[in-house]
Design a protein. Structure first.
Length: 485
């Protein structure tokens, strides 16, 4: 025999842990067309071909800048897209008004008429903008039409009747809002997401959320946990109106907080930022929760999405071209962060905008303060569940000696083996994301009945800490003593 060292690779002793859905988000929103069941996508082109235009496609395209695929769920909105009032400059007898079609998204529309004429007679030329004049279409001929249809937007403008006139240089301005989902509109997509076998770690609902949306989302996450899915929901309250004071906006959101049942299983953003659409290449308003979700999708489980070292939110702005406030800035008007909303802020001498804190929308005093706390815990619970599932119906010896009241306890060695299997699986993935983590089984469960034993387990997590404040004192001294190594 030749002296040697042999190796054996053993498999199966630590349980089978399903792959993590880390960074995979399901997006729920209205769209122009497409199926109502969840579908996974890795290319924006495929999403656009499947769903047409609308909030779902725009949200998915923005979210995929994280480099992660998405799950799309088209929802049917009870509240249609709408037009604001029209502002038209003087000149001509025609009075442009909203058409009969429904806008698919939020737009700031400007229509210019460089060449005027009479409606119903060829000659009038126009161009349009969807971002209040920052970018404009090419010059287009109206022909004999009485309406302007802006492609891929759901927008139709009725200019007037034949023989009415439009003078050269005339402009028309208005804004649109896309369709909105009521809380009951979430029933169908939530049910399909609970039943799907597609893996995801969170759901983003694209609508102006109030207390009803929040409570419905919390109930759904509890239903998911009952079937072994540990997920959370990202929502966003309505954006602040242009003529609304920060104090009035905060008062309205405080009322939402007071009217719902806060729960750490949901995150709720406030207002948002202006971002370049990956599809239209124009700047549009997008909610904080969507921008936050895209950031979370590309970082590790325990990473704080507000980490300044990771840089500002790509392409997002809360100020106008002159640097004046345009959207909510928590640094300038604090208060919403204290209420539990995820907000955006500016930082002096740094360009762009940043997440203030990745707050969970939980009750006061909750141990789960930040979104990463729930991310880590959810993944830990998935690992424990998957690993213990592989151990179902495995034999466990009983101690021969009964307890003080005749209870029959499990053999200590068998429990230690089970604990070791789970502990190994948990540490293999989560060691970098916690200060400490331990799984243990109860030693006092009664296993006396032959109908099968239920053994109680405990998962103890010591979370990482996150530096949120530094207190610095400046002073003048005569000499500086070197710090000891």
């Amino acid at each position: 025999m030749i002296p040697n060292v042999s190796f054996t690779r053993d498999d199966g002793n630590t349980g089978v842990v399903n792959p993590s859905a880390q960074g995979i988000f399901a997006l729920v929103a209205p769209s122009e067309k497409g199926p109502l069941k969840p579908a996974s996508f890795a290319r924006v082109e495929d999403i656009l071909a499947t769903y047409g235009h609308g909030k779902l496609v725009e949200a998915a395209a923005l979210h995929m800048t994280s480099g992660r695929p998405v799950i799309c769920v088209r929802a049917t909105a009870s509240t249609d897209g709408a037009y604001s009032s029209f502002t038209t400059s003087s000149g001509g007898t025609a009075t442009p008004a909203a058409g009969s079609t429904e806008p698919l998204d939020d737009f700031a529309v400007l229509i210019e008429f460089p060449v005027g004429g009479t409606l119903g007679t060829a000659g009038i030329q126009y161009r349009y903008s969807l971002d209040n004049g920052k970018t404009k279409s090419k010059l287009l001929a109206l022909g004999t039409a009485l309406d302007i249809v802006i492609p891929d937007t759901g927008i139709t403008v009725t200019l007037g009747t034949a023989t009415q006139t439009i003078t050269a240089g005339r402009t028309t301005r208005f804004s649109t809002t896309g369709p909105q989902l009521t809380a009951s509109d979430l029933d169908a997509p939530f049910l399909s997401l609970k039943e799907t076998t597609l893996a995801f770690e969170a759901v983003e609902v694209i609508t102006d959320a109030d207390e009803d949306h929040i409570d419905a989302s919390v109930l759904w996450t509890l239903e998911c946990e009952a079937v072994g899915k540990f997920v959370r929901v990202l929502l966003n309250a309505r954006k602040r109106a242009d003529d609304e004071t920060p104090a009035d906006y905060q008062e309205d959101l405080a009322a939402i907080r007071a009217a719902c049942s806060p729960n750490y299983r949901v995150d709720v953003g406030a207002d948002g930022a202006n971002v370049v659409s990956p599809i239209r290449k124009i700047r549009q308003f997008r909610p904080t929760a969507l921008l936050f979700g895209a950031r979370v999708a590309r970082v590790g489980l325990s990473v704080d999405a507000a980490a300044v070292a990771d840089g500002p939110l790509a392409g997002a702005s809360i100020v106008d071209s002159q640097g004046n406030p345009e959207r909510h800035d928590e640094s300038r008007n604090p208060g919403l962060d204290d209420l539990g909303f995820i907000t955006l802020r500016s930082i002096n001498r740094m360009a762009g905008c940043f997440i203030t804190n990745p707050k969970c929308f939980g009750p006061e005093g909750s141990d789960r303060v930040y979104d990463q706390h729930v991310r880590v815990e959810n993944r830990a619970l998935e690992i424990v569940l998957d690993t213990l599932t592989t151990q179902l119906s495995q034999p466990i010896r009983k101690k021969p000696e009964p307890g003080p009241n005749g209870e029959i306890y499990a053999n200590e060695e068998d429990l230690m083996v089970l604990e070791g299997i789970v502990q190994t699986a948990v540490l293999a993935e989560l060691a970098p994301h916690v200060s400490a983590i331990q799984f243990r089984l109860s030693r006092t469960d009664d296993l006396g009945a032959n109908t099968g034993a239920k053994i109680t387990g405990f998962l103890d997590i010591v979370a990482l800490s996150y530096a949120k404040q530094f207190g610095v004192t400046s002073r003048f001294v005569r000499t500086i003593t070197a710090q000891a190594a």
